[in-house]
Design a protein. Structure first.
Length: 163
């Protein structure tokens, strides 16, 4: 099933991160037989509306979703307005990889995973700041993200929601 992800009016760094997260998640979904295809600015299927929320601080977002008979009808993804990482040298904006992980995490919430488990859907991720923003990662347990990795529990849940 196609799912339209509306990226209108996002700052360029978030729009690019969301597009990359969509591409990566679609690859995971194909491989794991999850019948959801995210389409950036698509025109069919349920709509996930994405916006930046200046009131959200930190490296996490907030997602609400509506469904009818267990099927997604619409979702709102709110991304942090001023994400920052603290490095030994200074506080700075994170690299695009960190933004991709945040976006992918929220998209999986929008698709129906409300609980947190592990991998991409870990509740609390720690920053593994690189020497440059492009080297930044988020630590989910023993994993460093990106790359975007779903746990087997997440895969099973999404397969049941999107057969």
């Amino acid at each position: 099933m196609r799912v339209a992800v509306k990226l209108r009016d996002l700052p360029s760094e978030w729009a690019g991160a969301c597009r990359h997260a969509i591409t990566t998640l679609n690859g995971v979904f194909r491989t794991k037989h999850i019948n959801a295809v995210l389409e950036a600015d698509g025109h069919s299927g349920p709509i996930i509306s994405v916006r930046v929320d200046p009131s959200i601080v930190g490296l996490h977002g907030h997602t609400t979703a509506e469904s009818s008979n267990g099927v997604l009808t619409a979702a709102d993804v709110h991304l942090p307005g001023n994400p920052l990482v603290s490095t030994p040298a200074r506080v700075r904006k994170p690299g695009s990889g960190v933004l991709q992980v945040i976006a992918a995490h929220e998209f999986v919430h929008a698709l129906g995973q409300t609980d947190h488990d592990s991998h991409l859907m870990t509740w609390q991720m720690d920053v593994a700041a690189g020497d440059t923003p492009s080297q930044d990662k988020l630590r989910a347990g023993a994993l460093l993200l990106p790359p975007i990795v779903l746990s087997e529990d997440s895969v099973s849940l999404l397969q049941s929601i999107w057969p």
